[in-house]
Design a protein around this ligand. Structure first.
Ligand code: TA6
Length: 337
């Protein structure tokens, strides 16, 4: 069983427009509103793959989504999970679950995200979430810790959850940003999946620079991933948009590049990569297989208009066309410079 933990889930509102004009009234062409947050998207993806006729999940995978939900938005979020047929074990919180708004400008092929901070979570609610996870860990093969932390949770909340999973021998896949990501590294997560900007921010916050090459927004993924492993992560997979995934693992380093994907909605592409990383750990795949699936699912997620789902035809097309290359180590790289 894969358990996904989303401490700060959201009702995801997606607005599609033909063209977005800032500082003007915009008429929305299509609206969707559904349960989101990174771990919820991972759970939805895994659930969809289990039920689908195509994809990497032979025989299906059991997945349970865990998180905090409160107020009318929380009730709507849980109703949407019911409708999707997703198994969940959410803990109630007194304050209202947040919304995120994704504005998809189809003409310019851009997505603008507006993410609310989320409810203030009390220490008692945080304890209840930890207890809920504790009850599931004996049955879990992998735990996914994903997304921002809501106000009220300490920055080392993910570090505590990584250690809690570790006590049950369950590996953790972590997808976080900022202080929550930095604090969790020394707890030794099995896999960390930053995107390239999150990697740059983490390096700059810890070292004052994002390394000898690259910029804070676009650091060198090889140097950054090696640094994150020195900080405590066992493996690091950096998602780098259309440039694909860079992985630094105990078994070697690879770059997995999907075929070119034009247009679409990249919101949730990282969640699709995380879903594949969790599947790979649960099923005992080797890294090349895991990375090919992660790159193909990620690209197929871009082809779907909403986060948490993939375009199945695109997945079938992409999976045979991912380019997997062995990558040089940080020291080999610096000798070539
Ligand atoms: O927790 P955050 O970092 O704010 O991210 C949440 C958001 O990210 C997404 O999962 C996309 O990855 C959206 O569904 C949205 O809920």
């Amino acid at each position: 069983m894969i358990v996904t933990v989303t401490p700060n889930p959201a009702l995801d509102v997606t607005y599609r427009l033909d063209a977005l004009t800032v500082d003007a009234t915009n008429r929305v062409a299509e609206v969707s509103c559904r349960a989101g947050g990174k771990g919820v998207n991972v759970a939805r993806l895994l659930h969809g793959l289990s039920g689908g006729s195509v994809g990497p999940v032979a025989g299906g995978v059991e997945v349970v989504a865990v998180g905090l939900a409160g107020g009318a938005a929380g009730t709507a979020l849980l109703a949407d999970l019911d409708e999707a047929g997703l198994a969940y074990a959410f803990v109630p919180c007194a304050a209202e679950t947040r919304r995120t708004v994704a504005v998809v400008d189809s003409g310019a092929a851009t997505v603008t995200m507006l993410n609310e901070p989320g409810p203030v979570v009390t220490p008692a609610e945080w304890k209840a979430l930890c207890r809920r996870l504790e009850g599931l860990l004996p049955e879990a093969t992998v735990v996914v810790l994903s997304g921002s932390l809501p106000p009220g949770l300490p920055p080392d909340a993910y570090a505590a959850l990584v250690r809690q999973a570790e006590r049950h021998g369950v590996p953790a896949v972590l997808d976080a940003d900022g202080g929550a990501l930095l604090a969790a590294l020394s707890a030794g997560p099995e896999v960390v999946k930053p995107n390239i900007s999150e990697l740059g921010r983490a390096m700059t916050a810890r070292n004052g620079t994002s390394g000898p090459t690259g910029s804070a927004n676009s650091p060198d993924p090889a140097g950054g991933a090696a640094w994150m492993r020195r900080e405590g992560a066992r493996a690091v997979v950096v998602s780098d948009g259309p440039r694909g995934l860079y992985a630094d693992t105990p078994d070697g380093r690879w770059r997995a590049v999907p075929p070119e994907v034009r247009g679409g909605n990249p919101t949730g592409a990282g969640d699709a990569a995380v879903a594949a990383l969790a599947l790979g750990l649960a099923a005992g795949w080797d890294w090349p297989r895991t990375l090919v699936q992660a790159a193909a699912l990620s690209a197929a997620a871009v082809r779907h208009p909403l986060a948490g789902q993939i375009d199945q035809a695109a997945y079938l097309d992409h999976v045979g066309r991912v380019r997997l290359e062995r990558a040089r180590s940080e020291s080999e790289d610096s000798q070539c410079r």
